[in-house]
Design a protein around this ligand. Structure first.
Ligand SMILES: Nc1nc2c(ncn2[C@@H]2O[C@H](COP(=O)(O)OP(=O)(O)OP(=O)(O)O)[C@@H](O)[C@H]2O)c(=O)[nH]1
Length: 819
């Protein structure tokens, strides 16, 4: 249950932490440990002292475990939440706690070393990739957590690519180094090879040579290569709150460790010198060419510069579950990741298709709603990132996506379960608006009197949401329950635009579609438990797509009486198929001017009026409809027309559609009439253009032992109708490849030096990459289990939509029409 704190500068009752005691516990690292207003322009928390940070990784890498420790050491929580006990702060939805996974990325604010950190935890499961995408675009920096045993995993690569797309500077934390088979050096090499990044090792793990009891297994300390100190955690304080830094020296440090540390620091200085001139100067002028004497402060500043410039990724290590390594990670967030001031200006797009940059110090408000959460008591809570200007309470905003006015009721700063009311959210910061009625995830907000932005239709580029792969019917338990179910679904869609809800015209059934089975399971959970509605969910079905095989055009005339008033419009629509193979589906599209991309389609809304005809009919008509609104109405019509195909009513994709020659009929032409006319035009054109079905195709990565390759490949390419694309070994970073000149630049310690007892637990596997129709992947986990004796694992994601044979199309049509 959320609690409400009205006095902004007071420590809330729930955080009854003795700050003095806490500060003494975490010495010598200076901790803030005070609860205060971080969101406003308080002079202590100015923009340079803000970090908008996300944690991104593969499922189960330890994101939630690590963030729970961060909150604890920062003084936000009194005890460390445990995923396995289901009492974490970051995963606060009941569904998350039950499954031990993060679904809704929770945004939370806390202080560290006099800085304000806005931390966004993101889910690792592939069904929630959109959650990650939404979070990633508002981040200024990210911490990538890697599982030290599994190394770089499939979903790590996916989220890494997402962060690449938004050029987000990153640091990496190699976690779980207490576990058997953990290998820091191998993971660093995998980062280089698989993520194609430049890892910069700034810490070394120090392992116990022999495994003793559980707590002392694996990692025991960390070497800081910047300061050349050993960071040790006090054994008495098992919460990891007490640590000390011991300078490395010949007398007390183990020889092989000291040697490795010297090697590591030398490599660090060399790598930095390649990328940063100031370090070259510091090396020759101040350190007399001695790698060990380069000043730690100069090194830190250089690491920050190369990280912010996306030239390298500092790598740290630890075992969050054992409370080892988290405070140095927090320090690294402050030291190496950018403040909003260090980031490029936000790029906005106008409805004309033109783009512009909006600097942080622009006084006009420009904010992005990156997340909507439904709170039972308070209603929708809209998480925003402010890119310029400031949002104040009671301000009237204009949503340039829905083109409606919205009034801010309250502004809040989130502390996971607690909230604090704040007077404003300034540029570069993240906060929550309460009171917005129609704003959805992904919408752009400006001030309602900013006529320039409103007229030009300013938008902070929208996320292209991938098409849902599954759908299911939702049956309200009774007629009286229908409204509650519809409202609950509406709220869920506002929160998560990757869900779609619609009513099937033939059966009248309410349908909901999502990215995967887990996604829809969570919908069911939330309907029943969070929204407390009474409904049943039907069998999960595959969401096919439709397209056209030829070109066509249609002219549509809309002329109807709507509520006693005549509504008229006319237009032309032309349609043609986009030819692309699966690998091209996800490459960045370069659009012609005036075209927008949506769900694999390209749309153009030409609102130049069909000249003489319109003007002849009514010379005043344009005065009544603003061209921006007309354009939006045409676009809405195109989207509505593409939402329902002619074969089975599935959404259309891979089409280029243009509406043009719009005709208006004076006051009879409303925006609704324009949209309906365009939508009808699309439907008519589609019917003439040889419509057909497409099926979701998955990119599947299957990891198996060498001896199971044959059977798994023949199953994928035979029974499952897939195409095997490639085969690679997961041991990619295991050996130092001396022939690889690029590899030689990257320093990664040899694991045998550091992990004496446990390195044997890792057995490299073969990874088979294939494209397989989703329908053939149902039940694959149990098939793979029996093919590999339980040792195989796989991950998959929708890569696009592929054609199917006419026979298969017929059988899908008869199966679907039969229900
Ligand atoms: N041994 C060990 N286990 C860990 C460590 N960190 C996390 N774990 C365990 O790994 C499992 C997954 O941890 P989470 O923190 O939920 O991982 P996550 O990345 O947040 O997972 P999602 O929210 O589902 O994406 C839990 O059982 C943790 O207890 C670690 O340092 N050592």
């Amino acid at each position: 249950m959320l609690r409400y704190i009205t006095t902004s500068l007071k420590k809330p009752a729930s955080i009854n932490l003795n700050a003095a005691k806490f500060n003494s516990l975490i010495r010598p690292i200076k901790g803030p440990c005070q609860y205060r207003t971080y969101a406003t322009d308080n002079k202590d928390f100015t923009i340079p002292k803000t970090r908008n940070i996300g944690i991104i990784a593969h499922i189960d890498a330890g994101k939630t475990t690590t963030s729970e420790r961060m909150l604890y050491y920062a003084g936000v929580t009194k005890r460390i939440g445990d995923i396995d006990d289901g009492d974490t702060v970051m995963d606060y939805l009941a569904a998350e706690r039950e499954r031990g996974i993060t679904i809704n990325s929770a945004a939370i604010t806390f202080g560290w070393q006099g800085h304000r950190i806005n931390l966004i935890d993101t889910p690792g499961h592939v069904d929630f990739t959109m959650e990650v995408e939404r979070a990633v675009r508002v981040l200024d920096g990210a911490v990538t957590i890697l599982d030290g045993v599994a190394g770089v995993e499939a979903q790590t690569e996916t989220v890494w690519k997402q962060a690449d797309r938004y050029e987000i500077p990153r640091i990496a934390f190699v976690n779980k180094l207490d576990r058997t088979g953990a290998a820091f050096g191998r993971t660093v090499r995998e980062m280089w090879k698989k993520l194609r990044t430049r890892p910069l090792v700034v810490q070394l793990p120090v392992m116990n040579e022999e495994s003793m009891d559980e707590r002392h297994k694996g990692l025991k300390a960390v070497v800081d290569l910047v300061t050349m100190e050993m960071i040790q955690w006090d054994d008495v304080h098992t919460d990891g709150s007490v640590l000390k830094r011991v300078p490395l020296n010949d007398a007390t440090t183990d020889n092989s460790l000291l040697e490795e540390a010297v090697k590591g620091r030398t490599a660090l200085v060399e790598a930095l010198a390649e990328m940063d001139d100031a370090i070259v100067e510091a090396f020759f002028d101040e350190a007399d060419g001695d790698h060990m004497r380069v000043d730690a402060g100069a090194l830190k500043a250089a690491i920050r510069r190369v990280t912010v410039a996306n030239k390298a990724v500092p790598v740290l290590c630890g075992a969050a579950f054992k409370n080892l390594g988290v405070q140095p990670l927090l320090n690294a967030i402050i030291d190496y990741l950018p403040s909003p001031l260090d980031r490029p200006s936000a790029m906005v797009t106008y409805s004309s298709g033109k783009t512009a940059l909006i600097p942080l110090n622009d006084s006009h408000l420009c904010a992005l709603a990156f997340k909507v959460v439904h709170d039972a008591r308070r209603g929708p809570m809209v998480y925003v990132k402010v890119y310029s200007g400031k949002i104040n309470t009671r301000m009237t905003l204009f949503n340039t996506t829905t083109r409606g006015k919205e009034r801010v009721n309250k502004l809040l700063q989130m502390y996971a379960k607690d909230v604090e009311e704040i007077p404003s959210i300034g540029a570069g910061n993240i906060g929550v608006i309460v009171g917005l009625k129609d704003t959805r995830t992904g919408d752009t907000l400006v001030q309602s009197n900013d006529t320039n932005a409103i007229k030009k239709g300013l938008q902070l580029g929208n996320i292209d949401i991938p098409s849902p792969a599954f759908f299911s019917a939702v049956e309200p338990a009774s007629v009286s329950e229908e409204e509650a179910v519809t409202n609950a679904l509406k709220n869920l869609v506002r929160e998560d635009p990757s869900l779609k809800v619609w009513t099937d015209e033939e059966s009248g059934q309410l349908l909901v579609s999502g990215m995967g089975e887990l996604h829809l399971e969570i919908v069911k959970d939330r309907l029943l438990n969070d929204f407390k509605v009474k409904a049943e969910m039907g069998k999960m079905r595959i969401s096919y797509r439709e397209t056209c095989q030829s070109e066509a055009n249609a002219s549509a005339v809309y002329d109807k009486e709507v509520m006693g008033k005549r509504a008229r419009a006319a237009c032309h629509v032309e349609i043609s198929p986009i030819q692309e193979d699966l690998e091209q589906t996800n490459t960045k599209l370069i659009l012609e001017e005036g075209w927008i991309a949506n769900s694999g389609n390209q749309l153009a809304a030409d609102v130049t009026l069909a000249d003489d005809l319109s003007s002849a009919l009514d010379s005043n008509n344009t005065a009544q409809l603003n061209p921006e609104d007309m354009k939006q109405a045409v676009q809405n019509g195109l989207l509505a027309g593409l939402a329902r195909g002619a074969v089975l009513g599935f959404p259309l994709t891979k089409l280029k559609v243009k509406a043009y020659d719009l005709q208006t009929f004076g006051p009879d032409t409303t925006l609704g009439a324009i949209s309906a006319c365009v939508s009808n035009g699309v439907y008519e054109a589609v019917q003439k253009a040889s419509p057909c079905l497409l099926e979701p195709m998955m990119e599947v990565y299957t990891e198996v032992n060498e001896n199971h390759i044959g059977s798994v490949v023949s199953d994928l390419s035979g029974t499952r109708r897939g195409h095997v694309i490639g085969l690679e070994s997961s041991a990619i970073g295991d050996e130092q490849d001396s022939d690889d000149s690029e590899n030689a630049q990257v320093y990664a310690p040899e694991d045998s030096l550091l992990v004496k007892s446990d390195v044997g637990g890792y057995i490299p596997k073969q990874i088979i990459k294939a494209h397989v129709p989703l329908s053939s992947m149902l039940g694959y986990s149990s098939a793979l289990r029996s093919l590999t004796g339980g040792s195989g694992a796989f991950s998959m994601r929708v890569i696009g939509y592929g054609e199917m044979s006419k026979d298969r199309e017929r059988s899908v049509i008869s199966e679907m029409k039969g229900w």
